[in-house]
Design a protein around this ligand. Structure first.
Ligand code: SF4
Length: 152
């Protein structure tokens, strides 16, 4: 008489979800999106944007707006500004040249906002800037994902 084969147990592959460790130095808060910081921002003089038709057009529009007189404290939508990426995140212009050197370290807010401790440190127009609250949100998402995987 043939021996009945024991049914093989199906083992679900475990999905490894790694918690994102906070970098050694993480900025606590975002750079404030203010007229004062926008005025001091040096992104418009950066070689990364020097050949960008898109960035030049935004500068032209902004200069025209400023010439008309911009109310104190008023700020345009972040997408209209070709700078302050450390506050707003990735640039909307797609013709930037990241082979050129980021000059962020030269602006007055660099030290004050500990931009050198950011992730990444510089080239915020390319990758944005993560803060503690961004990392907390990311870890919350990962915890939710981990719970969902474990309950499968
Ligand atoms: S974030 Fe850095 S690389 Fe990007 S435009 Fe500003 S100074 Fe240049």
């Amino acid at each position: 008489m043939p021996i009945a084969k024991k049914p093989t147990r199906v083992v679900k592959p475990k999905k490894v979800v790694k918690k994102v460790p906070p970098p050694a130095h993480v900025p606590v808060e975002k750079v404030p999106y203010t007229q004062e910081n926008a005025t001091m921002c040096i992104c418009t003089r950066c070689p990364v944007q020097a050949e960008s038709v898109c960035a030049k057009e935004k500068v032209r529009v902004m200069e025209a707006m400023m010439a008309k007189g911009m109310p104190e404290g008023m700020m345009p939508p972040p997408a209209d500004l070709s700078g302050l990426y450390c506050a707003t995140g990735v640039a909307t212009c797609k013709d930037l040249d990241f082979n050129k050197m980021c000059i962020c370290a030269g602006w007055p807010v660099w030290d004050k906002c500990k931009l050198g401790d950011s992730t990444p440190a510089g080239y915020f127009c390319r990758a944005g800037r993560r803060t503690n609250s961004d990392l907390r949100a990311q870890n919350r998402e990962l915890r939710t994902e981990t719970k969902a995987v474990r309950s499968m």
